[in-house]
Each structure stands twice: as C-alpha cells, then as structure tokens.
Design a protein around this ligand. Structure first.
Ligand code: UD1
Length: 433
C-alpha cells in the first residue's frame, strides 16, 4: 500500500506555488459539456478527481486534449448517452459527480448520474436542496440507491428558489441547470464561496448571464448557447491554507505564490491570533512563525464562506495540538467530521470530542506515529502533524490525499520537509467529497 513517510520536527523554508482550486474545478470540468465551441481550461489542478472527470467527459463523447499538466482543450461534438456502462462506474467513485446532473440536465434536458452510496464523514450526504432546485426549474427527478435520474423533455424554465440550508453543491448545480432555462432564475440563500464565483465567471466567459454570484442572491437569465473560450481556474484557497497551517505547526517562513490573499483572510486572521505572522502581497502571502515561540490557543467555529472553512478544520486542529493552552473547534457545517481526532491522539496530542466540538489541550511537542488518512482534509491534518512531530510518521490510505492535493510530496520537499512516498498504488480509491 502507498504511504507517506515523514521525518518531522523541522522548520519549513522556501516557496510553494498553489494550483487551481479543486472545488471549483470539479464543477467547471463537468460544465464543459454545456459549451458548444472549443474550450480551453487553464490552471486546472493536477489531481485524481479531475483526471477521472475528464475521463468521464471523454467517454461521453467530448474531445479532450491535455496540452500540459494543468491545461486542457475540449470540444463538444454532441454528448452520447449510450456509453453509460463505461462512465457510470467512474462517476460512482466521486461525490462531485453530482455536478454532471446540473450540466447534463441544463444542456440536454436529461441526466442519469451514478452516485456514491456514502462518504467518510457525515454519513450519506443529503441532496434534497439540489433536487428541490431542479424540480423548481421544471425537471422531474427520481432517486434510487445508486442513481439520480432527472428529466426535462420540454426544457427548464426560470424559477425563484430559496435554499433551506446554505449548500455549495446545490448552488453550483442549480446555477448550471439554470443557464439555459427559459427566463429568469433567482437563487436565494445561495452559498458564497470563491468557487461559486469561479463557476459563474467560467460560465459567463462562455456566454452565460449570471449576476451577483458571491452574494446570497444569484440571478441567472437563460441564454441559447455557450460559445467557448479560454478560462483559468481560481487558485485553491484550501491548498494554500494547508501550507499556511504546516508552517504554523513547524515554524519557519514560507512564501505561498499564486493565491488570492482576500480568499485567505478567514484563515490568516485566525493564524494571526495564534502567534503566526501573515503578510499579504498582490498574489502571494508570506507566512512566518518563530519556532522558539508557542502557538497561542484559540477557538474556531466553521461556517459557510466568509466564515472559517470547514475544509480547514482538521489541519487547524493539528496546529492547535501544539498551542499554549486549551482550544475549541466547533463544526458548523459537517457535524461528524471528527474521525481524524483519534489519529491525532497517536502523536501524543490531547483531544476530546463532545457533540460538534473538539477540545484540544495543547502539548509542547508531538511524536511521530503511524496514522491513517480517513478523508482528504483529515489526511492533510496528518501531514501537518507529522511534519511538526519529532521522529518518523507514516500516513496510509493516501489515495484520499492525492485526490485533492497536487504534487504534495514535491511541494513539501521544496520547503525543506523530509517527506517521501513509498509502496504500490493498489487502487485504494473510496468515495469522498
Ligand atoms: C462542498 C465541498 C466540500 C466542503 C463543503 C462545505 C466540493 C466538491 N466539496 O461540499 O469540500 O466541505 O462544500 O464547504 O466542492 N446539505 C443539505 N442538503 C443538501 C445539500 C447539503 O442538507 O441538499 C447540508 C449538508 O449536509 C452540510 C451542509 O448542507 O451539512 C453543507 O453542504 P454543501 O455545502 O452542499 O457541501 P458540498 O457541496 O457537498
């Protein structure tokens, strides 16, 4: 089995360049099938989830040329629905497959998408808000254990949709479906994450008419077609945040390039409270922590953007294990994402979980351990803890991590970390967000 081996306890120094945002790319790549003309996507993250999505597009009949590691050129001669037996198993491997529903339903009036049965935190993830939105646009939707099937043989029509919960996935899915719906669609209580704005910018650059993405009320006016063009995916807020937490945990000074500092404000503000210096520049940040000083304790509550991102919760918990007192992290998005805390205990951390809150009692140092990546961000937390811990750490089940972080080993080695990947890939790919 493939593993990361980390010899930790060393400060980090150097520069790292952030890739395109995973959570933007996993919606923008399916949206390519809505575009008639040639489409060039740049700054696409070089990660397994995106590779699988392009494979799905190819099996659907989209022509895909990978021009370099992060640039793809696509053309849509017409989607073929009769190779479902080939692409359905690939869809079943990705939670983000549900973005194919919005794209296919919007463009072709029909979608049948194989869904993963569950995931590693929060049990089966609900899609009721997605379905409510599709139905409001005039689609009929049926769900079985494995498939979501949506039909709108006479096309979709604009509607006013008020989401009961703020959902990134439902906002993006309905935005896509509404691009070709007749008339005006208004999404209220929409999610405001940077990747929502990025999907809207992508679709608008191809000819869509989406306004006010990034606020809680988004308006979409239906258009006839999307004409093609070139688009560059926004930098990954969470990848950047993960490197910020790594230097916070280890000490040192790193420059993180290709970021939008504004998107990192929620993370930078918390790190500043924790005795970490963050300096913002146009498209980079410098993060510094004196290894001879302790991290300050703090409390965090995760919330939809612009609140503190749930996808930075486990990495931040790893840093707070080394704080000078007791910290609390309260989860406001995914109530059950605490499985990683058992793994942190193996490093000698003191963490207890009660309901939706983890209480972390800081210790002066962590010791290397053999741990498991239970999901993508839990895996990132294991790396942060392993880099800070004295001695050797092994992280297994790294398939999860490779699905969301591009060139992670090379990037950390560039910062002076002693990390390597050993063993064989046994195809250990599970369902995950
Ligand atoms: C996306 C991200 C994930 C991140 C999450 C929150 C991708 C591929 N994944 O997931 O990394 O953790 O946003 O920032 O972009 N909910 C419902 N009904 C629904 C949909 C969601 O009740 O129909 C609830 C969920 O149970 C959860 C909350 O809403 O408690 C937020 O979920 P959502 O924003 O939809 O997360 P995802 O889009 O799945």
């Amino acid at each position: 089995m493939k593993k990361y081996v980390i010899n930790g306890g060393k400060p980090l120094h150097g520069e790292v360049t952030i890739g395109g945002a995973k959570n933007a790319a996993v919606a923008i790549v399916p949206a390519v099938l809505m575009v008639d003309g040639p489409c060039v996507l740049e700054n696409v993250p070089d990660i397994a989830d995106v590779h699988i999505q392009f494979e799905i597009l190819e099996k659907m009949g989209i022509r895909v040329v990978r021009e370099d590691a992060t640039t793809y050129r696509t053309e849509n001669p017409g989607v073929s629905f009769d190779r479902e037996a080939e692409y359905a198993p690939l869809m079943q491997r990705l939670r983000a497959s549900y973005y194919f529903i919005g794209a296919m339903l919007g463009r072709y009036g029909r979608a049948r998408v194989a869904m993963p049965g569950g995931c590693n935190f929060g049990g089966i993830r609900p899609v009721d808000q997605h379905i409510k939105g599709f139905e409001a646009l005039g689609a009929s939707v049926h769900m079985s254990n494995e498939f979501i099937v949506a039909h709108a043989p006479n096309g979709l029509h604009g509607a006013n949709i008020y989401f009961d919960v703020v959902s990134v996935g439902a906002t993006m899915n309905i935005m896509m479906a509404a691009v070709f719906a007749e008339g005006k669609t208004v999404i209220e209580n929409a999610a405001k994450e940077p990747h929502i704005v990025d999907l809207a910018n992508f679709l608008n650059s191809m000819g869509a008419d989406i306004r006010h993405a990034g606020t809680d009320t988004i308006t979409i006016r239906g258009v006839e077609r999307l004409h093609g063009g070139t688009y560059s995916v926004v930098p990954d807020q969470i990848e950047a945040g993960t490197y910020m937490t790594a230097v916070a945990a280890c000490g040192g000074e790193i420059t993180i390039k290709n970021v939008i500092p504004k998107h990192l404000d929620c993370i930078s503000a918390k790190l500043s409270e924790m005795n970490v210096t963050v300096e913002n520049y146009d498209d980079s940040v410098i993060v510094r922590r004196d290894p001879s000083e302790r991290i300050h304790k703090t409390n965090i509550k995760t919330l939809p953007y612009p609140g503190f991102p749930t996808d930075m919760h486990p990495q931040m918990a790893a840093v707070l294990c080394l704080a000078d007192g007791q910290s609390r992290i309260t989860e406001g998005v995914w109530a059950n994402r605490f499985k990683y805390t058992d793994e942190l205990l193996r490093f000698g951390a003191h963490v207890s979980v009660n309901g939706e809150t983890a209480t972390i009692f800081g210790v002066p140092e962590l010791n290397g351990a053999d741990v498991i990546a239970h999901d993508l961000r839990a895996g990132a937390a294991m790396i942060v803890a392993g880099l800070a811990a004295n001695g050797t750490t092994t992280v297994s089940k790294i398939g999860f991590i490779e699905r969301g972080y591009e060139n992670l080993v090379e990037k950390f080695r560039g910062l002076g970390a002693d990390i390597s990947c050993i063993g064989e890939d046994l195809g250990e790919l599970d369902n995950e967000a």
